[in-house]
Design a protein around this ligand. Structure first.
Ligand SMILES: [Zn+2]
Length: 122
């Protein structure tokens, strides 16, 4: 698994026109500053920089779990899209809940007023 990933990096680096996909991790070598592109499955691995041959650690993208790395790219993308959809749904739900909360607060005020008036009358 590890050897496969390192081979993948070399293939990318040897290409004249490097095509960066959404799932690729792009980062700079901390020593020589060369831009390195690696498949997301290389996250968390040590690779040799193609510019200065220093061992560098591939950063793990935000929100990515190392456990996810065992999934294939289709699974990862499915999860990513599902997460985005859930996030959008959650934002809509939050707006709806805020409106509902405002309505309930209004209703509560009315009821409190009624109770207070009822107490005054008795
Ligand atoms: Zn370097």
């Amino acid at each position: 698994m590890v050897e496969e990933d390192i081979k993948m990096v070399e293939e990318v680096d040897n290409g004249d026109s490097v095509e960066i996909r959404d799932t690729d991790i792009v980062f700079e070598c901390p020593k020589c500053g060369k831009e390195l592109v690696i498949d997301y499955r290389g996250a968390g691995l040590q690779i040799n920089c193609s510019g200065c041959d220093t061992q560098v650690l591939v950063p793990i993208p935000d929100g990515m779990q190392l456990a996810d790395l065992d999934l294939d790219s289709g699974e990862i993308l499915k999860q990513l899209f599902a997460t985005r959809r859930n996030y959008q749904k959650a934002e809509i739900q939050i707006q709806e809940l805020k409106m509902r909360l405002a309505q309930l607060q209004e209703a509560l005020e009315v009821m409190q007023k009624v109770v207070a008036e009822g107490l005054e009358l008795s």
